[in-house]
Design a binder for this molecule. Structure first.
Ligand SMILES: *[C@@H]1O[C@H](CO)[C@@H](O)[C@H](O)[C@H]1NC(C)=O
Ligand SMILES: *[C@@H]1O[C@H](CO)[C@@H](O)[C@H](O)[C@H]1NC(C)=O
Ligand SMILES: *[C@@H]1O[C@H](CO)[C@@H](O)[C@H](O)[C@H]1NC(C)=O
Ligand SMILES: *[C@@H]1O[C@H](CO)[C@@H](O)[C@H](O)[C@H]1NC(C)=O
Ligand SMILES: CC(=O)N[C@H]1CO[C@H](CO)[C@@H](O)[C@@H]1O
Length: 641
């Protein structure tokens, strides 16, 4: 007989409780475990009195900052957004993670990603392809090939900076084209054969721009021609009148149609009889293709001024000393390197002319943050320096009446306490982690909760950064959205660079600007010539911001120490340190978001570029083929002095 159990005199039956109770029990257990693991929300998580008052005063604000919430087991379950391929980049300060989504404008990334560390970036803008054709003659001297590769690298870098995806084609692509065999039987002269090969390679790839590797973009980012090419919609196969066959663009179908028309040209019916005629057409300006396809199948475009083509003719008339070196086989390598330096200097000059107001360095919290600005100031000074060049009195081919750089009248270099939205000003900024900024600004080596709450203001950096643009009476939510727009929208991204204070090396600057910055300067205060290149003096340090005392040397030493310590702290794996850093982040949610966002933005830019470099490494013009260390920073060959 089964034992009858009782509770307070009432008999109870021992059996498994009904299903719904099992479920409830499980949930209760889960809540207990969750609270045990994650703890109740700490006081730093809770919106401050000011937040709430602010929100009551401005009910139109989206909401009180979304704070990290305690996991809610009863709420609707949310899917974690998928990790996109290559959305992570390792870093000594925890991994940099991002997620590309149209929701990037929401002030706090964590409300979209449900992940504290992951920033939401706008979807990657697809880069339209631009092709060039290069086939090194098999019997060419290795040194010459390498020098040519360096020139192609200059070409790739310049187009990449303008938002394109440069690719270098060779006879390998041309051979894949279905018409290749037929074309081989046409018995063309050498020059015409190269021309048709580049068309075949282009036809094999499909739509896009085909450019000579001595045709580089030489204009501001929003130049009409470059903007048109960037849209990658080509109603008609076209060439640019002034550049002839140096720049062509069209849809893949139109390119292949043109190749068909060329092959069908009646002159090829009897190549022996029409030999002279064909030779003549091939020698004409624009090359054999443009001259042998019906006029209706290719259009002449007249609106180009954004591209500089360093044709043999132009080099011969405008840059004589370079052309003499190029013509002599013993000095050819030197000539090619001079030409690369010349193009680099013209790109730099064009950059300087695009920003007549000069360069601004944003230093929003100027007290005790001198050490934070070293990198930004270093870059800004090199940007304003006159370009290192073989021909100081020369202009790019598309603007032969440019203004030469004059070291006595350099473009302005200034420190600003706040970001200024001007299209004629280039801005370099440094976004610090809030821990770094708090430690430097309040001159404290260690931070604790007491100090934070009593003494520090929240989101100092972002308030300072946006003061001029937004004034005083705007919430941090609006500020953060404005900041994100400044960093990423193409219009302002092309005139600003945001570094993070904790990252010490910035090795892809050449690809951000499209040229390499001068790596050496004249020490004499006058221009000086070294190995055929003219070096100019380095611009001085910018004036300190008005009303901010310039600290003494020994205080700056302290700042450097403190900056080093802050970098260590953010990297630290120590649990206590981590919790302090976390607390500072929670206290400065908006500044943290700005830091996360700009750092993810530059990490994605770096990963995108590295991936492309990897894809291209087997082809001409890659860093590897040019003898440049991958990711080695700077193209040091430009200053072999
Ligand atoms: C090509 O032209 C030459 C000279 O005009 C002629 O002798 C020859 O028969 C022609 N060949 C063909 C295949 O028509
Ligand atoms: C080529 O340059 C070398 C060295 O500068 C010089 O000796 C030689 O005469 C030059 N050759 C020609 C054809 O100019
Ligand atoms: C900067 O100014 C331009 C107009 O000059 C405006 O369209 C843009 O939205 C402004 N950017 C920001 C971040 O306010
Ligand atoms: C700027 O130029 C100096 C030499 O004048 C060089 O040491 C430094 O590395 C350059 N900085 C950058 C970012 O190119
Ligand atoms: C999934 C994916 O695309 N992974 C690639 C990320 O980038 C590295 C190099 O940057 C590649 O090696 C991976 O294949």
């Amino acid at each position: 007989m089964p034992v009858q159990r009782t509770l307070c005199g009432y008999p109870i039956r021992l059996q498994t409780p009904p299903r719904r109770f099992q479920l409830l029990l499980a949930l209760v257990l889960f809540v207990i475990v969750t609270l045990g693991l994650f703890g109740t929300p700490s006081s730093a998580d809770i919106p401050s009195y000011e937040d709430v008052v602010d929100h009551v005063k401005n009910p139109h604000l989206p909401s009180i900052p979304d704070l990290p919430s305690v996991p809610n087991p009863f709420g609707p379950s949310a899917h974690k957004p998928p990790t996109q391929p290559n959305s992570t980049s390792s870093s000594s300060y925890r991994a940099i993670e991002w997620f590309s989504d149209f929701k990037w404008r929401s002030p706090f990334s964590s409300s979209t990603t449900l992940d504290e560390n992951r920033a939401v970036l706008p979807p990657l803008i697809e880069r339209p392809p631009i092709y060039t054709y290069y086939d090194a003659p098999s019997k060419q001297d290795k040194a010459v090939s390498e020098a040519e590769n360096r020139l192609i690298l200059t070409w790739r870098r310049a187009w990449w900076a303008q938002g394109f995806r440069p690719q270098v084609l060779s006879s390998a692509e041309a051979m894949e084209h279905p018409q290749y065999d037929l074309v081989q039987r046409l018995k063309l002269d050498k020059k015409s054969e190269v021309e048709i090969m580049r068309w075949l390679a282009w036809g094999h790839m499909g739509s896009g721009v085909l450019a000579n590797w001595l045709a580089v973009p030489m204009a501001e980012h929003d130049n009409a021609m470059l903007s048109f090419l960037r849209r990658n919609r080509f109603p008609q196969l076209s060439y640019i009148d002034a550049l002839k066959n140096a720049v062509l663009y069209g849809e893949g179908a139109a390119v292949n149609h043109a190749i068909q028309k060329f092959v069908d040209n009646p002159l090829f019916k009897n190549t022996t009889a029409n030999k002279d005629e064909i030779l003549k057409l091939g020698k004409q300006n624009g090359g054999i293709m443009i001259n042998m396809i019906p006029k209706g199948d290719i259009k002449e475009d007249k609106k180009a001024n954004g591209i500089a083509y360093y044709s043999t003719d132009i080099i011969g008339t405008e840059y004589k000393s370079v052309s003499e070196k190029l013509a002599n086989s013993t000095t050819k390598v030197e000539g090619l390197d001079l030409l690369a330096n010349l193009i680099n200097s013209h790109l730099h000059l064009t950059f300087q002319e695009s920003f007549p107001e000069g360069i601004a360095i944003v230093k929003p919290v100027p007290e005790h943050t001198t050490a934070l600005m070293y990198e930004a100031i270093d870059i800004a000074r090199n940007l304003t320096q006159c370009p290192t060049t073989p021909l100081p009195k020369s202009c790019p081919p598309n603007r032969l009446k440019c203004k030469f750089c004059d070291p006595a009248k350099l473009s302005k270099l200034e420190l600003l306490a706040s970001y200024k939205n001007s299209t004629s000003l280039y801005t370099v900024g440094t976004v610090p982690h809030p821990y770094t900024l708090t430690s430097l600004h309040y001159t404290k080596d260690t931070l604790d909760q007491e100090f934070l709450r009593r003494e520090t203001q929240r989101n100092l950096w972002l308030f300072g950064e946006s003061k001029e643009l937004l004034g005083d009476g705007v919430s941090e939510l609006e500020r953060i959205v404005h900041f994100k727009e400044t960093v990423v929208t193409p219009e302002s991204a092309s005139r600003s660079l945001w570094l993070t204070a904790e990252r010490v090396s910035h090795d892809d600057l050449d690809y951000v600007f499209g040229f390499s910055l001068p790596q050496a300067a004249s020490k004499t205060g006058e221009a000086e010539v070294k190995s055929g290149l003219t070096l100019f003096p380095r611009p001085g340090m910018p004036e300190p911001i008005k009303d901010v005392a310039e600290p003494e040397e020994k205080w700056i030493k302290n700042e450097e120490e403190r900056l080093k310590k802050a970098r260590e702290a953010i990297k630290s794996k120590d649990a206590r340190m981590k919790s302090i850093v976390d607390m500072v982040e929670k206290w400065n949610l908006a500044d943290t978001e700005a830091w996360k966002f700009s750092r993810a933005w530059s990490a994605r830019r770096r990963v995108e570029r590295k991936k492309w470099e990897e894809d291209e490494q087997k082809f001409a013009g890659s860093e590897r083929k040019s003898g440049v260390k991958p990711g080695g920073g700077g193209l040091r060959w430009t200053d072999r002095i």
